[in-house]
Design a protein around this ligand. Sequence first.
Ligand code: NAP
Length: 305
Amino acid sequence: MSVVYNKVALIGLGLIASSMFWAMQRGGVAGTVSGYARSQASRDTARRIGLCDEVCESPQEAVQDADLIVLATPVGAMGAVMQAIAPHLKPGTTVIDVGSVKQTVISEVAPHIPDGVHFVPCHPMAGTEHSGPEAGFATLFDNRWCLIVPNKGTSEEPVQRQVTYWQALGAMTEIMEADHHDMVCAVVSHIPHLIAYTMVGVADDLRRVSDQEVIKFSAAGFRDFTRIAASDPTMWRDVFLTNKDATIEILGRFTEELMALQRAIRTGDGEQLHAYFTRTRAIRRSILEAGQDTDKPDFGRAEVK
Ligand code: NAP
C-alpha cells in the first residue's frame, strides 16, 4: 500500500481517531501522524500506547504542515476546533470530519475553512460502545461503509483522494448528499440508539436491572440494548441535538408503528403481528446477505477487539 497523505493530524483521539491511526499504520497509508486530545490524561495515554508518531499539546501545533486534518471530536465541538486551527493550515490541505451527523457539522465547520483548503465531510459507519484513546483497533473499518459527503464547490481531486484513503483503511465508500445522509443515519443508527437508551432506562425505572434474575436471564435482545446504551453520552447527546429534524421525523413514524402494534396486541390481532414480524425478518436476511453482520450467536460480538 502506498502513502496517501504525507502528514495526517488527528484532532480528538478517541475510538474513531485511534482506529484510524492503527489502520493507517497497518496499511502504510500516512508518512507521519500527529495527534491532539483535549485532556492531558488522554494525551498521556496516547503517548504511553504509541498512538500517533507525535502527540501535541495544542491542536494548532498538531496541524502544522499536515496534508490531511481529521476532526474526530464530538460533533458539537467541531466548529470551535475548526475556528481555532484555521489560521494554521497550509494551502492545498484537506480537512475531513468523521461526525455522525453531516448537515449541522457542515454549517458549523465550512464557514471557518480558509480559501485554498478543501473540506470533505466523511462518516465511517463503524463503531463500538467503547470510547477514548485505548478503544481503537486497526480492523474497525474493514468492510464497513464510509459515507463521503463532499461540500459544495469542493474539487474532484480531494474527494477522490478520500475515496482512496478510506479504502486503504479497509472501508467501502459511497458519495452521498448531506440531508440524505442524516435521514439514512437517523433510521439505521440514531433512532435505534435512542430506543436502546429508552429500553434500558425503562428497565432501570422498574428497578429490575440490578435484580439478579434480570441480569442472569437477560437474552440477546436486552443484552444488546445494554451494549448500545453504554455508548458515549457526550457523542450521543450531540448526535440528537444536531440531527434534530431527521430524528424527530423518524421518531414520529416509529411511534405510529408502535401504537399500531400496541393496538394489535390489545385487540388480539395475531395476524397483523405475524405479518409484521415476517416482513421485518426479511430485512435481517438482507443484512446478512450484504455481509454487514454475522448470524453467529451474540452477533459474533465477543470476537470484536
Ligand atoms: P470518543 O472516543 O469519545 O473520543 C472523542 C475525542 O475527542 C477524545 O479524544 C476527546 O478528548 C476529544 N475531544 C472532546 N471534546 C474536545 C474538544 N472540545 N476539543 C478537542 N478534543 C476534544 O469519540 P469517538 O467515538 O471517537 O467519536 C468521535 C467522532 O466520531 C464523533 O463526532 C462521532 O459522532 C463520530 N463517530 C463515532 C462513531 C462511534 O460509534 N463511536 C462512529 C462513527 C462516527 P478527551 O479524551 O481528552 O476528552
